[in-house]
Design a protein around this ligand. Structure first.
Ligand code: F6P
Length: 306
């Protein structure tokens, strides 16, 4: 996210525009927690995790009164356009504001969940994916040495992109994801493949939704007591750390493109990336349309886990 803030700031200053940093997202816009940024404000930030602007979830912004207060500050600070970096919630806020007030809004996809429609990747997703892969590599040492089945819980809210792809990257035996609920019982099919017959340990990655790893571990303990089962919940360590080169480059490109979009007179769009090309997606589509998981990924994992 810092790489995106840096890119937006510097690309705007490059155009001769003034830049204001809004702290704590919509909450800060309501409170007037806003400071002018110059090029040095974003120095030494590209390698840092988290966000220098801080972030918050704002209940007040969900109300028309909250958005009216935010608009007051937009006028007070002489802000002509907003670049909003965030996931579904942030972009839904952008959409609500833009439908009520005449302010151009450009969205940048910033979430580890990768669940925004119209972009192949979101800012932060690749970093989280790499973190999960490294954690699973380490967990594998215990799984292997002690002959255990590990259920590793992965973030992603309602989406299974992190789970499915980190399972492939870490060589896990299975991924249990919300998008594959058509498979009546993913656990039974995993056990049914006789995983312990051919291997002395296994790792299953489980999306956090609907009880996550605990739920499946409990089931195995009850239904298959012969297995030695452990749970590992990766939690917020998935959301921190220095970003990967891929994420830094993506954030830099999207940030610069957001200023290009404003120059072109675009409004209420999210800037995304498709087949390595910058694309504009209406924010309404980015947040409402379902982004499916490619069935090929499910197939790859299942073939490679025999
Ligand atoms: O949307 C990003 C995300 O990290 C999800 O993957 C996760 O479900 C959620 O945020 C966690 O939010 P919080 O930090 O508020 O518990």
């Amino acid at each position: 996210m810092n790489a995106a803030i840096r890119a937006v700031t510097r690309a705007a200053i490059f155009e001769g525009w003034r830049v204001w940093g809004v702290y704590r997202g919509w909450e800060g816009l309501i409170m007037g927690d806003i400071k002018e940024f110059n090029s040095a404000s974003v120095s030494n930030t590209i390698q840092r995790g988290g966000t220098i602007l801080k972030t918050a979830r704002s209940e007040e912004f969900r109300t028309p009164e909250g958005r009216a207060k935010a608009y007051e500050n937009i006028k007070k600070f002489g802000i002509d356009a907003l670049v909003v970096i965030g996931g579904n919630g942030s972009l839904a806020g952008a959409q609500a504001l833009a439908s009520e007030y005449d302010v151009p809004v450009i969205g940048l996809p910033g979430t580890i969940d990768n669940d925004l429609y119209g972009t192949d990747s979101t800012i932060g997703y690749d970093t989280a994916l790499n973190t999960i892969m490294e954690c699973v590599d380490k967990i594998r040492d215990t799984a292997n040495s002690h002959d255990r089945i590990f259920f590793v819980e992965v973030m992603g809210r309602d989406a299974g992109f992190l789970t499915q792809n980190s399972a492939i990257a870490a060589g896990a035996e299975a991924a249990i994801i919300p998008e594959d609920r058509t498979d009546i019982d993913q656990l039974a099919s995993f056990i049914g493949r006789g995983i312990r017959k051919s291997k002395n340990s296994s790792i299953v990655l489980v999306s956090e939704k609907d009880g996550g790893a605990m739920h499946y571990a409990e089931r195995v303990r009850l239904e298959y007591p012969q297995y030695n089962v452990k749970v590992s919940i990766l939690g917020h360590l998935q959301r921190g750390g220095s970003p990967t080169a891929f994420d830094r480059i993506l954030a830099s490109r999207l940030g610069v493109a957001s200023i290009e979009a404003l120059k072109e007179g675009q409004r209420n769009i999210m800037v995304g990336i498709k087949n390595d090309q910058i694309v504009y997606v209406p924010i309404s589509r980015a947040i409402k349309m379902d982004k499916p998981i490619d069935k090929e990924l499910i197939n790859v994992l299942s073939i490679l886990s025999i």
